[in-house]
Design a protein around this ligand. Structure first.
Ligand SMILES: C[S@@+](CC[C@H](N)C(=O)[O-])C[C@H]1O[C@@H](n2cnc3c(N)ncnc32)[C@H](O)[C@@H]1O
Length: 262
């Protein structure tokens, strides 16, 4: 994208007539790719915060301070799919909730309560504002490390009708795969244990290196340990703003699998 910038920016201006364009540069990517791009406004004016609509919900997005673009647009389709598995009055668990995007969708679809967990205080703060903006109640916000909170929830005998696990990328390269799979095993095993019989679990990998097949293997192994059977009810991949180009395998980076936990 850095190389194509002189072509992409005029095209964006021409097609979308934006008020402004903000360039985000991750330090990690800049160092790995050897690029010297700077972060900041590269066209027009960009306010710190904008409000966007996704489906029938409004979200506040902090562009300079938020993670990535400030909003995980690639999960738009997944957040719609999740509504199909929310029963009236259901209790939900949104792990790695960021600004509460799955949690808000669960409540909209009829959940009565959702526990939303994220390690980032800024994300939780914005999540609370998003709930207020949409006049949504019933979300309990918890600023915590998901890995610490899972065992605690199990020891307290908690269980949920729907559990969403949407972690950050645990494997930025091939060497990180074994560790990432151990992380997934822990998350999925605990997630299954926390799902009521007949409830639903959705798990995502946003790393190209952790494939759909890896997720399926971990689901099978965790189900065996938990002595539960899993029925696959849906699958998803990233939404259209991150196109999946068949000839470029690493463009399919976000995978989601939805199971009924029997
Ligand atoms: C891929 S994003 C989640 C996106 C979100 N589900 C959505 O739909 O917008 C991953 C999130 O995990 C959070 N996070 C990273 N490590 C964590 C940890 N160990 N415990 C809790 N949250 C964590 C980040 O702050 C980030 O908000």
């Amino acid at each position: 994208m850095s190389k194509l910038k002189d072509w992409v920016i005029p095209a964006l201006i021409d097609l979308l007539k934006p008020k402004g364009i903000y360039q985000k540069v991750s330090e990690y990517v800049a160092s790995v790719e050897g690029i010297e791009e700077k972060e900041g406004i590269i066209y027009g004016e960009v306010p710190e915060e904008v409000i966007l609509w996704e489906h029938d919900l409004k979200f506040i997005v902090n562009i300079p301070e938020g993670q990535k673009t400030g909003f995980f647009l690639d999960q738009r389709k997944a957040r719609k799919i999740i509504r199909n598995f929310v029963k009236q009055g259901a209790e939900g668990l949104d792990l790695f909730c960021h600004t509460g995007n799955f949690a808000l969708n669960m409540i909209k679809a009829g959940a009565s309560k959702v526990l939303a967990v994220d390690i980032s205080s800024k994300a939780i703060e914005l999540g609370k504002k998003n709930a207020e903006l949409n006049q949504i109640s019933g979300i309990e916000w918890l600023e915590a490390n998901v890995f610490d909170i899972l065992k605690k929830l199990i020891s307290e005998g908690r269980s949920f009708d729907i559990v969403v696990i949407d972690p950050p990328s645990f494997a930025k390269n091939r060497a990180a795969i074994p560790n990432a799979l151990r992380g997934y095993k822990e998350l999925i095993l605990r997630g299954i244990q926390l799902t009521k019989p007949g409830g639903y679990l959705a798990v995502y990998s946003c790393s190209f290196h952790i494939t759909r097949e890896h997720l399926l293997e971990v689901l099978i192994s965790a189900a065996r340990d938990a002595r539960r059977q899993l029925r696959v009810v849906a699958e998803s991949f990233q939404d259209l703003d991150h196109p999946w180009i068949l000839q470029i395998p690493n463009t399919l980076y976000l995978k989601g699998i939805y199971v009924e936990v029997l």
